[in-house]
Design a protein around this ligand. Structure first.
Ligand code: NDP
Length: 334
């Protein structure tokens, strides 16, 4: 990092190189877990100065990198020397919703092998649960009722699963489902080619994609284009028995439409990990909607040591001027 000025040989003012520590500010998990972050970074990158977000002695001009979850609007914009923002999560809507930060500063998403592996495990569990009517048996057990099914279950090979979003997570999920024997389709914005997955892309192919699926797995980012995309009408176009797995973000699904589809039987079952409001409020009708399984946004959450490692790799790459993966693109909106 450059700092300080001095008069050069020819009277010109030149920058004096004086090495000072690179500073990372952390807003991820609160002050209870900050000491853990600090210890992890001390081991992985001892030359990194790690400061807490709410430290009143911290000069915003001193900060080079910010590792964040839901930063208060305006705070990032008040850091004049910020070189990159690192999201502690794979989604970045919690940063992007603040209109004030400079879009020219790199914003990097979280996502490495552990995140992808956990997501593939979760989705496989969720799809198998829908295949074998787990939400129904769960409700029966809670009520102490022995209610057998009216229809024979489908086989995995008879079930067509559509993965919406074939990005860093969606592609791995699609491959895992295909390896488990499901018929797998995928839908994305641009063209993809994946072995054993029938790929569709763009708005013009969305209806054809949905019409072939029994179960939709949502792994889209939350953007202006995807918010409110999954409606009652769209759910009504699925093949029966139909299901939804939402592991992306709550606002992509119109919650009132989802409830209606479950109540009138248009949708046979759902596994939901994400919601409009988190934690899901106690008064939410989703808790008691028929044939729904709810998990508290745990589908995929890399451990703190794994995330710290990715942060260090990213900072080192950025310091060397190298391109880094998982960079938010303001033009695409994800
Ligand atoms: P990526 O950005 O890597 O992939 C996004 C995919 O969505 C791409 O295939 C992209 O298409 C596609 N896409 C985006 N916009 C559209 C659109 N308008 N129409 C069609 N396709 C579109 O994201 P990740 O795979 O890393 O993550 C996906 C989401 O998963 C995250 O945004 C996050 O919200 C959620 N997540 C949830 C977790 C949980 O625990 N529940 C954990 C981690 C992530 P293209 O390939 O053409 O660009």
């Amino acid at each position: 990092m450059l700092s300080g000025d001095r008069a050069g040989m020819h009277g010109l003012v030149v920058k004096r190189r004086s090495r000072i520590m690179t500073c990372l500010v952390v807003r991820a998990g609160g002050s209870r877990v900050f000491p853990h972050w600090k210890a992890l970074f001390a081991e992985l990158m001892p030359e990194l100065e790690v400061r807490e977000w709410d430290d009143p002695t911290l000069d915003p001009a001193h900060i080079d990198y910010a590792l964040v979850w839901q930063p208060e609007p305006g705070r990032l914009a008040a850091m004049p020397n910020l070189r990159a923002i690192l999201s502690v999560a794979a989604g970045v809507e919690h940063v992007v919703c603040d209109p004030s930060w400079s879009r020219s500063i790199p914003l990097i998403r979280m996502g490495e092998e552990q995140t992808r592996g956990q997501m593939a495990d979760y989705v496989l569990w969720a799809v198998l649960s829908l295949l074998r009517d787990a939400p129904r048996w769960q409700a029966g057990q809670a009520a102490g009722q022995w209610v057998r099914r009216e229809r024979a279950p489908l086989l995995s090979s008879d079930m067509q699963v559509g993965v919406m979003g074939l990005g860093s997570l969606g592609e791995v999920v699609a491959r895992r489902l295909a390896a488990a024997g499901f018929g797998v389709l995928g839908w994305s914005r641009s063209e993809h080619r994946i072995d054993d997955v029938r790929c569709f892309w763009g708005e013009s192919q969305r209806a054809a994609f949905v019409a072939e699926c029994h179960v939709l797995v949502c792994l889209l980012p939350e953007t202006e284009q995807t918010r409110g995309l999954i409606t009652y009408e769209l759910l009504g176009q699925l093949r029966q028995p139909s299901g939804l797995v939402n592991v992306a973000r709550g606002p992509i699904v119109v919650e009132a439409d989802l409830l209606r589809a479950l109540e009138d039987g248009v949708l046979h079952g759902a596994v939901l990990d994400v919601f409009d409001h988190e934690p899901l409020p106690p008064e939410s009708p989703l808790w008691h909607a028929p044939r729904v399984m709810i998990t508290p946004h745990i589908a995929s959450e890399a451990s703190r040591p794994v995330r710290a490692r990715q942060v260090v790799q990213t900072i080192r790459a950025l310091e060397r001027g190298e391109p880094v993966p998982l960079r938010y693109d303001p033009a695409r909106g994800y």
